[in-house]
Design a protein around this ligand. Structure first.
Ligand SMILES: *[C@@H]1O[C@H](CO)[C@@H](O)[C@H](O)[C@H]1NC(C)=O
Ligand SMILES: *[C@@H]1O[C@H](CO)[C@@H](O)[C@H](O)[C@H]1NC(C)=O
Ligand SMILES: *[C@@H]1O[C@H](CO)[C@@H](O)[C@H](O)[C@H]1NC(C)=O
Length: 317
């Protein structure tokens, strides 16, 4: 089966921008008209809070989480839709159920499973949730139990998000940004690549992984400038992460594994939006405070989505 997958990551539609930030949901109502055109029938997810849709039900149960979507707190680390939901919608699928509800009726599992846990990383983070490797173990168990067949896997996409919990843990334990850059980041990406290979070995043919948004622009960092500017030193960390990741992914795709790996360029999307605000002399402080905390609101505001094109597919069964 020859499958081609392309993420054309720069579909930022500036026209929808009205200068109003933080209004989640109202613009994102237009259901994708593309219904499963890509031979992808299931979405699996390994990752962290960028992708978790409810594996930590007891957490984040307070407002404003979930007020906009799904209407009440639901275990998402956001008020609204998150990356998983957007990708699923784009594929014409329902957002896959969280792993926590894996014993639900079989039909609930038909769109795949979300193994992502908020707070997770490839190594030891500040949270004791299942790390990426354990999440892949969960995936592997379900395959062994034939909850998902080989054919299911061939017609699936696995989304992997690593959004920096390893790095924030490193810094919280007293590591400096310079140590992070010089010694820590390459090791984290190496662990991530090992995870990608394991997922590939399970029989998954398509893996999309998010790049790291500019971490010098997240509120926990920008607070020191009164949310007025991004921190270039901290941004060097995400730039390095993304550059090693891009090289590693090019290498993976060159190793003639039967899996295609693609980077979903969250960094480019974030950076474009921040640039756009600066160009328009918008209130960057408000933006950095309110909006950058949720990459997903960015997806809403800019109708940003990768395109996935698959040139052929075979149906299961
Ligand atoms: C991931 O978690 C498992 C289970 O707690 C642990 O055995 C393993 O060492 C962890 N992996 C890494 C790379 O930290
Ligand atoms: C950026 O972050 C570094 C490392 O934490 C810090 O030393 C520096 O003062 C910060 N710069 C600004 C402009 O906040
Ligand atoms: C791909 O592999 C070939 C042969 O092993 C090598 O010559 C080439 O440089 C590689 N390309 C990349 C982008 O790694």
């Amino acid at each position: 089966m020859k499958v081609q997958l392309f993420f054309l990551s720069a579909t930022l539609i500036y026209g929808t921008f009205s200068g109003e930030f933080g209004v989640e949901g109202s613009r994102y109502r237009k259901k994708s008209s593309r219904k499963n055109n890509y031979g992808i029938e299931k979405l699996f997810v390994i990752g962290d809070s960028y992708a978790d849709t409810g594996n930590l039900p007891k957490m984040w149960k307070d407002k404003p989480y979930g007020l906009t979507f799904p209407g009440k707190p639901d275990g998402r680390f956001s008020d609204g839709h998150i990356l998983t939901d957007f990708i699923a919608d784009f594929l014409g699928l329902k957002s896959p159920v969280p792993y926590r509800t894996r014993n639900a009726q079989k039909k609930d599992l038909q769109y795949g499973i979300n193994f992502a846990f908020g707070g997770a990383g490839v190594g030891k983070t500040l949270s004791s949730v299942p790390n990426f490797s354990t999440q892949v173990d969960f995936f592997e168990e379900l395959i062994k139990k034939v909850v998902y067949s080989k054919c299911d896997l061939e017609h699936s996409l696995t989304l992997v998000t690593l959004s920096g919990n390893d790095y924030s843990a490193f810094l919280a334990r007293g590591g400096t940004i310079l140590d992070l850059i010089n010694t820590f980041i390459p090791g984290v990406v190496q662990k991530l690549v090992a995870i990608l290979k394991r997922i590939s070995e399970l029989g998954v043919k398509r893996i999309a992984l998010g790049s790291l948004p500019p971490i010098g622009c997240v509120p926990v960092i920008t607070i020191s400038s009164g949310f007025k500017q991004c921190n270039d030193t901290a941004n060097m960390a995400s730039i390095l992460h993304n550059s090693i990741l891009a090289d590693s992914v090019a290498q993976l795709n060159n190793e003639s594994l039967s899996t295609q790996f693609e980077i979903l360029d969250l960094d480019a999307a974030f950076t474009a939006i921040i640039q756009h605000v600066q160009d328009r002399k918008g209130d960057l402080s408000y933006f950095l405070d309110r909006v950058v905390s949720s990459v997903f609101q960015m997806f809403t505001l800019f109708n940003y989505l990768g395109f996935i094109l698959v040139d052929s597919f075979i149906l299961c069964g």
